[in-house]
Ligand binder design. Sequence first.
Ligand SMILES: N[C@@H](CCC[C@H](N)C(=O)O)C(=O)O
Length: 329
Amino acid sequence: MQLIKVHGSENDFYMLDATKLNRQLTEDEIKQLAINICNRKSGLGDGADGLLWINKSEHNNVIGKMRVINSDGSEASMCGNGLRCVARYLAETNHQQSFTVETMEADLPVAKMPSLAAGVETYQAHIAPVSFAAKDLGMHVNNEADTLIDQSIAELDTDLKFTAVAVPNPHLIAFVDEETINGDYLGELGRYLNNKTNPVFPDGVNVSFVRILGKNQIFVRTFERGVGYTNACGTAMSASSLVSVLLHSDQVSNNTNISVCNPGGMVNTVVHHSVSEDDYIDLIGNATFVRTVEINLEDALTSNFEHVTINETNEQAAYEQFIQTLQTA
Ligand SMILES: N[C@@H](CCC[C@H](N)C(=O)O)C(=O)O
């Protein structure tokens, strides 16, 4: 089989087109495959944050379906950076520039966009549905409050104020200072809230710390459910942009391009918030294909990575050049 190593803001994945496999995999095998290849120490190459599983869609006017399996084998309802990479794969294989992709909870529009920089393939993904309801977040806070918007959490021993939002995977967001964003408190919280015995988010949650850098510019660092620290999380950056517009509208504007910096690079978001219609966010960023890896499926299922054929693209060099220009800007 062929795996493609891809990333969006260095949130990296192995991408697999399941329509090309010569047999169907069971759910247990899909989970095991993700665990095996994504392991950072014993996995395939340098591992990955997750597996993007592409299949046919049965829905009308939808050209493919994306599933995302985290590196620990758990399945997420959405993946923003992953959706851009899947969008590129489907665009190139179906010769289309804008179309719809099925994800676990919604069919979402995607489109090819002008490149962020030379050689940096760029795509837009529509991030939705959005909900602040505790039941959609699997959240139990402040004696079963219905929502959590810029509030402390009685069940957590911290003074930070949080906002919880599902897009539709769950996110918990706090605005913090520079020292806090760079320290390990994010990891402490993330590890606690993703431990199955915690009463607040028993199904886990993606936790992000956010700093407002300037007018329509934010920095987001995320501890991902099912992964741990990540270079970037597309849904977290989308959710953080929305929460920035809601709580800091003097600095971060609705219906306006927002630069979202992250440890792996930068994306743009546009928040569409309205009192009369459902909120959604446009997420625009790189969809970089780093290399292809040919491996026998049965070898991958038994973590035997001895016999692989690797073909590097030249896209990572272009991406790194893009990051360098960001740092010197
Ligand atoms: N990195 C992804 C999100 C992946 C899923 C997440 N870990 C979850 O379990 O919800 C993104 O770019 O959105």
